[in-house]
Design a protein around this ligand. Structure first.
Ligand code: NAP
Length: 255
């Protein structure tokens, strides 16, 4: 590989990807492993399918079982990862949940479930990893998975919209404080992607047609569509990017 293309290599790096058992987290895990990283995939259930896909690209993947609805998961993750490696280089805060309900009916429990995982965990897991990076002065990469609903209001998903708007805010806030330590904090805002997150929408014929009609690319996105942006933001190629949210949306926001 020539010197410039080497900027995209993740050879020898360690990545932690949350929500790695399925969907976009699975795609991101495969991409980072294919680029050379040893990926620790965090999930509350088996990542067997992800392991299989990572094996297909000759990558390295280790599963870490943890329920991210509670901050106690942070110690579990850090302890598990540090059993086999000294250092994390890349953190991808991907795990997220969506609840669809008319705003007028949203309960406090539903609100907390969404915000605790999508927003609070993103901040505190980033903080835990960055503490080590600031101490060892070697920097690192944080990629937060935002959403179109950091830019738009959405319909029947107020807690999700609030949490994803917060993800974009957290991305900028952390970048401002941590760029001086060689830590790049950026985000990817996926558009409408065909995963469990959107099963309900895709099963609703009217919503499905309306969404497809509005996407300039004319199709739902896939986990594979995340490969390029994920490798870029995890690698040296994005060394001078701080606090930015990149849309991978088939042109949705351009419309
Ligand atoms: P997904 O298939 O539902 O994946 C969500 C992931 O988060 C799953 O691995 C899920 O695990 C995990 N998760 C949820 N609650 C958890 C918990 N308490 N502890 C540990 N893991 C937990 O949907 P996805 O589309 O891939 O979503 C990935 C990210 O992309 C999310 O942050 C989502 O908001 C964001 N996003 C998705 C879209 C889209 O159109 N699909 C668009 C914009 C942003 P389980 O399988 O066990 O539930």
């Amino acid at each position: 590989m020539n010197k410039i293309m080497n900027l995209f290599s993740l050879e020898g790096k360690v990545a932690v990807v949350t929500g790695a058992n399925t969907g976009l987290g699975q795609g991101i895990s495969v991409a980072l492993a294919a680029a050379g990283a040893h990926v620790f995939g965090v999930a509350r259930r088996s990542c067997a399918e992800t392991l299989e896909k990572v094996n297909e690209v000759d990558g390295k993947f280790t599963e870490v079982i943890a329920d991210l609805s509670d901050l106690s998961a942070i110690d579990i993750i850090m302890n598990e990862v540090h059993k086999s490696v000294d250092r994390i280089d890349i953190l991808v805060n991907n795990a997220g949940v969506i609840k669809r309900e008319d705003a007028i009916n949203v309960s406090e429990a539903e609100w907390d479930l969404v915000v605790d995982l999508n927003e609070k965990m993103v901040f505190f897991l980033s903080q835990a990893v960055a503490k080590q990076w600031i101490e060892d002065k070697k920097g690192g990469k944080i990629i937060n998975i935002a959403s179109m609903l950091g830019f738009q209001g959405g319909i029947r998903v107020p807690a999700y919209t609030a949490s994803k708007s917060a993800v974009m805010g957290i991305t900028k806030a952390l970048a401002n404080e941590w760029a001086q330590f060689g830590i790049n904090v950026n985000a990817i805002a996926p558009g409408y992607m065909a995963t469990n997150n959107t099963t309900q929408l895709r099963n609703d014929q009217d919503r499905n047609e309306g969404i497809l009609e509005r996407i300039p690319a004319g199709r739902w996105g896939t986990p594979e569509d995340m490969y390029g942006a994920a490798i870029f933001l995890a690698s040296e190629a994005s060394a001078y990017m701080n606090g930015y949210t990149v849309a991978v949306d088939g042109g949705w926001l351009a419309r």
